[in-house]
Design a protein around this ligand. Structure first.
Ligand SMILES: *[C@@H]1O[C@H](CO)[C@@H](O)[C@H](O)[C@H]1NC(C)=O
Ligand SMILES: *[C@@H]1O[C@H](CO)[C@@H](O)[C@H](O)[C@H]1NC(C)=O
Ligand SMILES: *[C@@H]1O[C@H](CO)[C@@H](O)[C@H](O)[C@H]1NC(C)=O
Ligand SMILES: *[C@@H]1O[C@H](CO)[C@@H](O)[C@H](O)[C@H]1NC(C)=O
Ligand SMILES: *[C@@H]1O[C@H](CO)[C@@H](O)[C@H](O)[C@H]1NC(C)=O
Length: 393
C-alpha cells in the first residue's frame, strides 16, 4: 500500500513536471498580454524557447531589436499588420533579429515600412556618400533560421537584409514596393553561408535579390521577380573588406518587366576579390531590359565613380569566373540581350552559355556583346554568341 502510494506520487510528479515542460517549450507569449510591449514578450519567449505571437490588428512599432542568445529556438508569429513610424529614418534597421540560433519567423501578417514618407529623403543615387534609409527586417548573426509566409511592403530602405550567420531559409514570402521606389532591394545577403530562398514573389524598385560580398552557398529557386532590377550578384569591390562570393545557384525563376534579368556587377575596384562558381539555370525573361549581364564597370553613376576610385577608371580587379547560364529564355526589351562587359585587367574566365533563347520583345533580332570574356557555348544560341574582344596579353 505504502509503496503503491509512493509510486502514484512519483507518477503524479513526473506528469506535472512534464506538463510544465510542455507549457515552457510551447509557451506562447501574446504581445497583447504584454500591453503591446514587444520586447517584454520577446524576453519571455527567448528565456523559455517559446513563441511571440502578434495575433491580429495593427501595431505601430518603433526601431526595435530582438536579440539572443535564447534558450532553444524561438518562434515569432505575425498575423497582424506591423507598421513603421512615418518619415525619414537612417537607423541600421527597423526590426532586427540578432545573435539567435534557431529562429522561426512566420505568419500571414505584414511588415509595412511606410516607405513613401521616407523615399524623398533618399540621396544615394547622386551623392558620393549617402546614408541609406532603414531596412525593414534585418537578421544578423542568426543561425538555423526559417522565415516564411510573411509579407514585406514599402520598406524605407532594403526590405530584408541577412548578414553574418548560417543556414537561413526564406520560403513563400511576398515582397512589394513600387518600381520607382529608390534602393528598396528585396533581399540582400552578405557574409553568410547556406542561404535558401524559394517559392517567393518579389516586386520592388531595386534588385529583387542582391547577393553581396561574402555570400557563399546560396540557392534561389522558384522566385518571381518584377518589377525590379532582377537577381544580382553585387555590387562587389566597393570596400577593401569585401569577401569572395562563391557557390551561387539561381534556378527556375521568372523575371517580369525587370531592368536586368540575371546580373553580376562589380565596381571599377582596386580590390582583389572574386565571384565564382555561379549557375543561372531555367530562367524565363519577360521583357527584361538586360536579360543576361555582367557589368564590371559599375559605380553607381559616373559622379560616384570618380569620387570613389579616382585613380582606377574603367578597370576592375574583381575576378569573375566559372559562371554558367543554362536555359535562359524569353524576351528582351533592349537589343543587347547578352552583355558580358568584363574587366580588361581581370577578364572573365569560364563563362558558359548553354541553350540560350532570347528574342527581342518588339520583334526582330537580339544581339550579344562581350568584352574581355572567355566564353564557351553549347545548344541553342539565340542571339548568336558574341564577337569577343580580349585584351592583348
Ligand atoms: C504561403 O503564404 C501565404 C500567406 O501567408 C499563405 O496563405 C499560404 O498558405 C502559404 N503557402 C504555403 C504552401 O505554406
Ligand atoms: C491569418 O492566420 C490566422 C491564424 O492562423 C487566421 O486566423 C487568419 O484568418 C489568417 N488571415 C488571413 C487573411 O488569411
Ligand atoms: C538548417 O536549419 C533548418 C531549420 O531552419 C534545420 O532544419 C536544418 O537541419 C539546418 N541545417 C543545417 C545544415 O544546419
Ligand atoms: C558550397 O559551395 C561550394 C562552391 O560552390 C561547393 O563546392 C560546395 O559543395 C557547397 N557546399 C554545400 C554544402 O552545398
Ligand atoms: C526559341 O523561342 C522561340 C520564341 O519563344 C520559340 O518559337 C522557339 O521554338 C525557341 N527555340 C528553341 C530552339 O527552343
Amino acid at each position: 500500500m505504502g509503496s503503491n502510494l509512493f509510486y502514484f506520487n512519483v507518477l503524479v510528479l513526473v506528469f506535472v513536471v512534464s506538463c510544465i515542460n510542455q507549457v515552457w517549450s510551447q509557451g506562447v507569449f501574446d504581445v497583447k498580454a504584454f500591453g503591446a510591449a514587444f520586447l517584454n514578450a520577446w524576453k519571455q519567449a527567448c528565456r523559455s524557447g517559446g513563441t511571440v505571437l502578434v495575433a491580429d490588428g495593427t501595431y505601430l512599432v518603433n526601431t526595435i531589436q530582438f536579440s539572443g542568445p535564447c534558450k532553444g529556438g524561438v518562434t515569432f508569429t505575425v498575423n497582424a499588420v506591423i507598421v513603421a513610424p512615418k518619415g525619414k529614418s537612417t537607423a541600421n534597421y527597423w526590426i532586427s533579429f540578432h545573435g539567435i540560433t534557431g529562429l522561426n519567423i512566420q505568419g500571414n501578417g505584414t511588415f509595412d515600412g511606410k516607405g513613401p514618407s521616407a523615399w524623398p529623403y533618399n540621396n544615394c543615387h547622386d551623392a558620393s556618400s549617402c546614408q541609406p534609409l532603414s531596412p525593414t527586417l534585418v537578421l544578423t548573426n542568426v543561425y538555423q533560421a526559417l522565415v516564411h509566409n510573411i509579407r514585406l511592403v514599402d520598406s524605407k530602405g532594403f526590405q530584408m537584409k541577412i548578414e553574418e550567420g548560417e543556414n537561413v531559409t526564406i520560403n513563400n514570402i511576398t515582397i512589394k514596393a513600387p518600381a520607382d521606389s529608390p534602393n528598396t532591394d528585396g533581399i540582400h545577403t552578405g557574409n553568410i553561408k547556406y542561404v535558401n530562398i524559394l517559392n517567393s514573389n518579389i516586386g520592388t524598385g531595386d534588385d529583387c535579390i542582391s547577393i553581396g560580398p561574402g555570400t557563399t552557398n546560396i540557392t534561389i529557386t522558384r522566385v518571381n521577380c518584377g518589377p525590379g532590377h532582377g537577381i544580382s550578384i553585387g555590387s562587389i569591390g566597393l570596400r577593401s573588406t569585401d569577401q569572395n562570393v562563391k557557390g551561387v545557384k539561381v534556378q527556375s525563376c521568372k523575371m517580369r518587366s525587370t531592368q536586368n534579368g540575371v546580373r553580376i556587377k562589380t565596381y571599377t575596384s582596386p580590390y582583389q576579390v572574386s565571384v565564382s562558381d555561379v549557375t543561372f539555370q531555367d530562367i524565363i525573361m519577360d521583357k527584361a531590359q538586360n536579360p543576361i549581364i555582367i557589368d564590371q564597370k559599375y559605380c553607381g553613376g559616373s559622379k560616384r565613380c570618380k569620387a570613389l576610385f579616382s585613380t582606377l577608371q574603367g578597370t576592375s580587379n574583381v575576378q569573375v569566373k566559372d559562371v554558367k547560364f543554362i536555359g535562359v529564355r524569353g524576351t528582351s526589351s533592349s537589343e543587347i540581350a547578352v552583355n558580358l562587359d568584363c574587366s580588361s585587367s581581370k577578364p572573365c574566365q569560364g563563362i558558359e552559355l548553354d541553350n540560350i533563347n532570347l528574342s527581342l520583345a518588339s520583334g526582330g533580332k537580339a544581339t550579344s556583346s562581350c568584352s574581355n570574356a572567355r566564353v564557351s557555348s553549347s545548344g541553342t544560341q539565340n542571339p548568336p554568341p558574341c564577337q569577343n574582344r580580349m585584351p592583348l596579353m
